[in-house]
Design a protein around this ligand. Structure first.
Ligand SMILES: N[C@@H](CCC(=O)N[C@@H](CS)C(=O)NCC(=O)O)C(=O)O
Length: 337
């Protein structure tokens, strides 16, 4: 049975099938590649280089899932999706998983028929302006024109924020990130708004990044994470525990470089993570040592973060709230046992 409804989040009519969609693991295995819904191009998160090789935090999550299933993180097809089209692509099975700076919200988790497999990146929405505007706070933006992207939580938070502060604004909305940032750079709007992570990334694309500044206000919660379709608990569990496995690996000090030798560790937590003891992988329908391949492919959560968006990347984003729970952050994984 199909249901049609208008979604404020999507800004478009979407048919959601109530039918169960079990069997994703079998479909992926039969196809021989994971189909991963990705950015169209967001530096640090998901972007192809000149050779067509995709780099980034989100695309490495795709590689982690491919490594979990196939033992080979390269068995992925990246499907670039705009904000507006991403959910339809997942619902219609064009992609097996969506890893594209997507905020976990109640409507997406329910009416849109998605399950979020965790929060891979804790984010929030911010604003960027030209320094010459001489503005130091978002509260000084009444009457501003604001460039933003269609089909995002950004668009909705923007309206909430300005209305709640009794400030006027004009939203200038585009379908792609390319158009949005180019319009801002060309002076078609006073303000550019998106997730703070996106601000770091898009700022690099401006003609003169130093002419712009990010305002201090963070106006929303944007818990970003991988999403799958409703109706396939096994597949949901695989993506969820791949994410938790990456965090657990960091917590236990298991890295890309030492994962082989860690197999001989006497720590029972390490043994269970790497499938030396217990049934972690088997219970998911995977090889019991699937996390060995995941960590060999992309490293642990901290390594993945630093390489793609952190200190080892042009974005240089601090770990901040994305630090592990025992180091003052919010990243936390339930126990493997
Ligand atoms: N997290 C927000 C915003 C996500 C989003 O699409 N942001 C834009 C602006 S940075 C983007 O990533 N565009 C990149 C692209 O279209 O590939 C959401 O889930 O709605």
């Amino acid at each position: 049975m199909k249901r049609l409804f208008m979604s404020a989040v999507l800004g478009a009519a979407v048919a959601v099938s109530g039918a169960a969609t079990a069997g994703t693991l079998d479909d992926v295995k039969a196809r021989g590649t994971l189909s991963c819904g990705s950015n169209t191009g967001l530096a640090g998160f998901g972007q192809p280089d000149a050779q067509g090789h995709w780099n980034g935090f989100d695309v490495d999550y795709c590689r982690a899932v491919a490594a979990a299933v196939f033992g080979d993180g390269n068995k992925v097809k990246f499907v670039p999706l705009s904000a507006k089209d991403r959910f339809t692509a997942l619902q219609s099975k064009e992609v097996d998983v969506l890893v594209r700076n997507t905020t976990w919200t109640s409507s997406r988790d329910t009416s849109l028929g998605l399950n979020f497999a965790g929060i891979s990146y804790f984010d929030g929405q911010g604003f960027m302006v030209r320094k010459k505007l001489k503005v130091n706070s978002a509260l000084e933006l009444s009457g501003a024109s604001v460039c933003t992207q269609q089909g995002t939580t950004t668009e909705l938070n923007l309206a909430d924020y300005f209305r709640s502060k009794n400030m006027k604004f004009e939203a200038v909305v585009f379908a792609t990130s390319d158009e949005t940032i180019k319009a801002y750079d060309a002076g078609r709007c006073d303000v550019f708004t998106t997730d703070a992570s996106g601000l770091y990334s898009e700022r690099l694309r401006l003609a003169n990044p130093d002419d712009h500044m990010v305002l201090p206000e963070i106006i929303s919660k944007e818990p970003l994470g991988p999403a799958v379709r409703h109706g396939d608990d096994q597949w949901f569990d695989i993506v969820k525990w791949t994410h938790f496995g990456l965090i657990t690996a960091e917590e236990l000090g298991v890295t890309k470089a030492n994962v082989e030798q860690m197999k001989t560790s006497t720590n029972p937590d390490v043994k269970r993570l790497l499938g030396v003891e217990g049934d972690f992988g088997k219970a998911l329908g995977l090889q019991n040592d699937f996390m060995v391949n995941v960590i060999k492919g992309v490293g642990n959560y901290g390594e993945l973060f630093e390489r793609t968006v952190g200190s080892g990347s042009p974005l240089k984003i601090a770990r901040g709230v994305n630090q592990l729970w025992n180091k003052g952050g919010l990243q936390y994984a339930p126990p493997i046992r």
